[in-house]
Design a protein around this ligand. Structure first.
Ligand SMILES: NC(=O)c1ccc[n+]([C@@H]2O[C@H](COP(=O)([O-])OP(=O)(O)OC[C@H]3O[C@@H](n4cnc5c(N)ncnc54)[C@H](O)[C@@H]3O)[C@@H](O)[C@H]2O)c1
Ligand SMILES: O=C(O)[C@H](O)COP(=O)(O)O
Length: 388
């Protein structure tokens, strides 16, 4: 039986896939083998010794201490693309809301409650809430992953000129981009001629503060910036200065904070990018499946810190070993098995950057001492036995 702790509310559509005979799902557990979460910050949490895997029902993993997890042999998953459509729809709404003065107009109209001739006042006052269409305007999309590609394609379908920038674009994303999306050669070139700029990169040390006064100075006057990726990608002080001077006309952010709320031209959205039933279900289903698969078979799909690996069971006993990607690991592991007189039926070894995963199906039981010997090999991070 594996204990799965939930650190946020996770859709039942996903949790319901976890067989209750094998998985106990709890929102409070001292020694869980698995964790499922959304945006709960895990950085201050002590990682329990029992923990084997963390599944992020969503895209961003900046709330998870990835390096510590890797060092402790905890596999971290996310759910690429599962909430991308939900974010795309909100980005398109964000462009329309900020361009057409919809929020201001709605709030003005609500305040007419109780007035005697509302129809007449509406017709007289509407001139203050006129705003341009988005068709024919230029959008720059920074980051062309699951969300960026969908945003770029949808904007092109709406008749916008779209420029995309992503120096690390994947082959799948490149194939998925509509032919109408032009490629910008640099970040500066991507933003220079845009009426709207939408950011869709992960929050990393290298992307933190990427929208700062220097980049803003390259933009057109009156640009509208959309941030549905992460708050710290934009330098708050710099965007506030640019909003106050009118250089930036609107900042539409899914990550408001106290300072930004003081700005009239900030459109604050309370992190609703992935808050649709469809996205919540998609993410929960993917996260639950990936977590259950790893705990019960060692197979890994969509991990952010360990390689993908998959092997059908060929016997009833399997060793799953997480190790450093250094020479002679497999030799040392198999020689322990040879000492234990255990026959290997099938095996696979995959690596990614500094780490590797070795799955070995064996014919006989391995003793607890044998597992300890495997764990004692320098470079082995974690070893566990799975019985089918
Ligand atoms: N607001 C929300 O609710 C919400 C929902 C989902 C994701 N997000 C955020 O959006 C981010 C992107 O999500 P995604 O699903 O598209 O992820 P993704 O991994 O599919 O795409 C990210 C893209 O950014 C690119 N990239 C990385 N560094 C870059 C740089 N310096 N310049 C340009 N491009 C760069 C990568 O090559 C990749 O193509 C997530 O990391 C998360 O922080 C927010
Ligand atoms: O990175 C993500 O997937 C989003 O920011 C969604 O976060 P949430 O699951 O807390 O809504």
């Amino acid at each position: 039986m594996f204990t799965i702790q939930t650190l946020n509310k996770i859709s039942e559509k996903g949790l319901g896939l976890l067989d209750p005979e094998r998985f106990a799902v709890k929102d409070d557990a001292a020694q869980p083998e698995g964790i499922i979460l959304r945006s709960h910050k895990m950085h201050d949490m002590t990682l329990p010794e029992s923990l084997l895997a963390v599944a992020r029902a969503g895209a961003g993993v900046n709330n998870i201490p990835i390096e510590s997890c890797t060092d402790k042999g905890i596999v971290v998953f996310n759910t690429p693309g599962a909430n991308a459509n939900s974010v795309k729809e909100l980005v398109i709404s964000g462009m329309l809301l900020s361009s057409r003065k919809i929020v201001e107009g709605v709030s003005w109209a609500r305040n007419l409650k109780g007035e005697s001739d509302v129809e007449k006042t509406v017709e007289k006052g509407k001139k203050d809430y006129a705003g341009p269409e988005i068709m024919g305007k230029t959008l720059g999309v920074i980051g062309l992953g699951a969300i960026g590609v969908m945003v770029a394609n949808a904007a092109a379908d709406l008749g916008m000129n779209v420029l995309g920038f992503d120096p690390y674009i994947s082959v799948d994303s490149a194939w998925g981009l509509s032919a109408g999306v032009r490629r910008a050669k640099s970040l500066e070139a991507a933003v220079a001629e845009c009426d709207f700029i939408s950011i869709h990169v992960p929050l990393l040390e290298s992307t933190k503060g990427m929208v700062d006064s220097s980049l803003i100075s390259r933009m057109k006057d009156g640009v509208r910036i959309l941030n549905f990726a992460r708050g710290p990608l934009v330098n708050d002080a710099d965007i506030i200065t640019a909003l106050e001077s009118g250089k930036v006309a609107k900042y539409i952010t899914d990550f408001p904070n106290a300072e930004l709320l003081n700005q009239e031209n900030v459109l604050p959205i309370p992190h609703l990018g992935a808050s649709t039933p469809e996205a919540e279900e998609n993410c929960a289903v993917m996260a639950s499946r990936q977590l259950a698969d790893y705990l019960s078979s060692g197979n890994i799909k969509n991990s952010v810190n360990f390689p993908s690996v998959e092997m059908e069971f060929s016997t009833d006993i399997r060793l799953v070993i997480l190790n450093r990607n250094v020479p002679s690991m497999v030799g040392q592991i198999t020689s322990v098995l040879a000492d234990e007189k255990i026959n290997i039926s099938d095996m696979i070894n995959k690596h990614r950057d500094e780490v590797a995963v070795t799955i070995i199906d064996v014919d006989g039981d391995i003793s607890p001492e044998g597992v300890k010997r495997l764990e004692a090999i320098e470079g082995v991070i974690r070893a566990r036995v799975i019985k089918k």
